[in-house]
Design a protein around this ligand. Structure first.
Ligand code: GDP
Ligand code: MG
Length: 224
């Protein structure tokens, strides 16, 4: 039985995949885990890297959807292939450090109905906030009424059973799936583990004007 499924949406993250897998493996050596990469037709040789990697590591799954269908739906596609009791979602660009996963895992196991967030905005963490991210977080907290400091984080963990239950009600078009889960789910505990959100060293951000507009639409849908 797999304890934890780590679902990682990727798009042109070829240079980040091997260091990320190495880091996850070293930090999760005592947790029975699988890693599920969900690619949207990257054109940077990601498929070649993944095929090689899968030959050596049996706990890696690779789903290639062939076309850029978006981040939230990529996460849901990964969830559909997950077998772990718990699911962790994280970015594939090394901005989320796998060293936080064991702490998140120990929190999520403390009781049922819990969601754990790798949170950038806990006091004293000194993460720089982009202005759009600051504004988005403000809207989530004060307009939609979400009771979490970082509802737009892409790093979180919950029971797979709960995630599957919520999945049909989640807006798969959006960029920020955690916000949907927090808005629609009834969690008995929301735990925020402070993280340092690292700078991206390789590859580039995919957050463009279209995804920003999608967020406005998504947030609007949650207010109404
Ligand atoms: N499969 C898939 N992954 C995506 C898509 N857009 C972004 N990603 C991945 O989602 C993660 C976060 O995206 P990123 O562009 O770094 O967002 P930022 O950190 O907010 O700038 C990275 O691993 C990206 O490669 C997409 O449309 N499909
Ligand atoms: Mg990033």
């Amino acid at each position: 039985m797999t304890d934890l499924s780590v679902v990682i949406p990727i798009y042109n993250e070829g240079a980040n995949i091997i260091p990320l897998v190495k880091s996850i493996s070293s930090h999760l050596h005592s947790i029975k885990h699988e890693i599920i990469f969900v690619d949207d037709g990257s054109n940077d040789g990601t498929d070649v890297i993944m095929n090689k990697l899968q030959k050596n590591k049996k706990n890696i799954k690779f789903i290639n959807r062939g076309a850029k269908l978006g981040l939230s739906s990529a996460v849901l596609a990964g969830l559909a292939h997950a077998q772990g009791r718990y699911v962790c979602v994280m970015d594939g660009d090394l901005q989320h450090d796998p060293k936080y996963i064991p702490r998140m895992y120990s929190e999520v196991r403390k009781g049922t109905g819990c969601i754990v967030i790798g949170s950038r905005f806990i006091k004293d963490m000194h993460n720089q906030q982009r202005i759009d991210s600051r504004l988005g977080t403000f809207i989530c907290r004060h307009v939609i009424g979400i009771n979490a400091k970082d509802p737009l984080s892409g790093f979180f963990m919950l029971e797979r059973r709960m995630f599957i239950e919520l999945a049909p009600r989640v807006n798969a078009v959006g960029y920020k799936i955690l916000l949907e889960l927090l808005a629609r789910g009834k969690f008995s505990r929301i735990v925020e583990v402070p993280i340092v959100f690292r700078m991206r060293k390789r590859g580039s951000s995919k957050l463009d004007i279209r995804t920003r507009l999608e967020f406005v639409k998504q947030a609007g849908g949650l207010i109404l």
